[in-house]
Unconditional design. Structure first.
Length: 165
């Protein structure tokens, strides 16, 4: 609902130079964008805050690797000082401008079932596909298990790829 409301407000105000950027780079209630020019990023920040305030929305948390924009956001009390910042399932260190992923330990259960594999596979949020080389095996394994019509809680047979460690 929030995303639809934001998108409608952006569409109603599509005459602004930045409306296309907002529409393209809005993810639920977060805007994830970048600019080659620091002055343009600051102007985007200011203009976007004004536009959103017309609909009583407050852009309240900003992370940036621009020192000038960090100062501006801090002066307006909207700087997100949490480091790293969570962005689409990744961790972004704005000061170093690096992306990383939170390491997760996936336990090896005594009995491997379809529900166990699905449970752990679905915990990996990967909307940009950057972890695809790591998730491909579990995805194809799930596909195989589905095609073989295994029940959710039935132990998988020994011939299944999952049992090869």
């Amino acid at each position: 609902m929030l995303n639809a409301t934001l998108l409608k407000h952006i569409r109603i105000n599509n005459e602004n130079w930045f409306s296309g950027i907002l529409h393209r780079d809005l993810f639920v209630d977060n805007i994830l964008t970048s600019f080659a020019d620091e002055a343009e990023a600051i102007t985007f920040f200011q203009d976007t805050r004004v536009l959103m305030s017309f609909a009583s929305f407050n852009l309240r948390s900003l992370s940036s690797n621009s020192a000038q924009l960090q100062i501006k956001a801090s002066n307006e009390d909207v700087l997100d000082e949490e480091t790293p910042t969570k962005v689409l399932g990744m961790l972004w260190n704005a000061n170093k401008d690096t992306l990383s992923f939170q390491q997760r330990v996936i336990p090896i259960p005594d009995v491997t079932t379809k529900i166990e594999i699905l449970k752990h596979t679905s915990r990996i949020f990967n909307p940009l596909g950057l972890l695809s080389s790591f998730t491909l095996r579990s995805t194809t394994l799930l596909q195989q298990i589905w095609q073989e019509k295994h029940d959710w809680d039935t132990p998988l047979p020994e011939h299944a790829d999952v049992n090869r460690r």
